[in-house]
Ligand binder design. Sequence first.
Ligand code: NAI
Length: 290
Amino acid sequence: MNKIGIIGSGTMGIGIAQVAAMNQCNVFLYDQNAEQTEKSLEGLQKVLTRLVEKNKIGFEESENIYNRIKFCTELKDFKDCDLVIEAIIENKEIKTKVFQQLEEIVSEDCIISSNTSSISITSLSSELKNPKRFIGIHFFNPAPLMPLVEVIPGLLTEKNLAEEIVSLMKSWGKIPVIAKDVPGFIVNRIARPFYGEALRIAEENIATPEQIDDAMRTLGNFKMGPFELMDLIGIDVNFSVTKTVYADYFFDPKYKPSLLQQRMSEAKLHGRKTRKGFYDYSENAIKPTP
Ligand code: NAI
């Protein structure tokens, strides 16, 4: 598998593009928002420059990685892809529309996958003409740094496809794990109560987001606290994932979404990507959002 199509050039799409390009793949990157792709490619150039400065890769290699990523203005450019990884907004209807368009463009052999954090792979695949070629490939953020990848076959996925993707992920230096197609799969299910309880503690004014993050980092030995993590992930993405997991577990109160997160999502206080979330990233000094 050498030709990899990636739909969505946001937080995850550009990271997955970097991973594939660093593993000698030719990458086709499409986003409905061309400005977003330009911004992400600029960000990638900075990341590659830093890797050169740290002597992790040579200059020529950094140029090759960048040049392996082709910025596409339409999905039609994906016609020769061997594998397509979708990383767009966490919304079943929008994803389904994109997959249906894609199915008309790619060859019969092309594998179609989603980086969804929570949406049922079986339900996404059932909307396709050929559901057997569909699978979940769930990277973690930031994709170039996080080794774990969940590989999620749905009920209709071809039997040996999961193993094929596991081999591919290993060849990209990842640590893949096959997960069952349940809401949130493994990691996002475990993570729901982590975020949910932190949000409730803040909502009940027991402690502030900074105090909670500080406690988890210094006392709990976590690399990041829950609020820093939500800002990194994207508060909109995190909220969508919680809503899906909650609804798909038949409204089990254990996964109940937070009103605070809902309001922040509505206010487009999405975290790092909008420069404001639980913390303010608009100036050099990181400080709590007033
Ligand atoms: P993002 O908001 O950073 O980027 C999404 C991109 O998709 C945007 O650039 C947007 O313009 C584009 N887009 C939206 N609708 C589109 C369409 N119809 N056609 C083409 N492009 C479209 O989102 P992010 O964080 O990259 O998430 C993408 C997916 O990856 C979601 O399914 C999310 O659940 C999943 N994910 C997110 C993680 C995170 O930490 N942010 C971690 C692992 C998975």
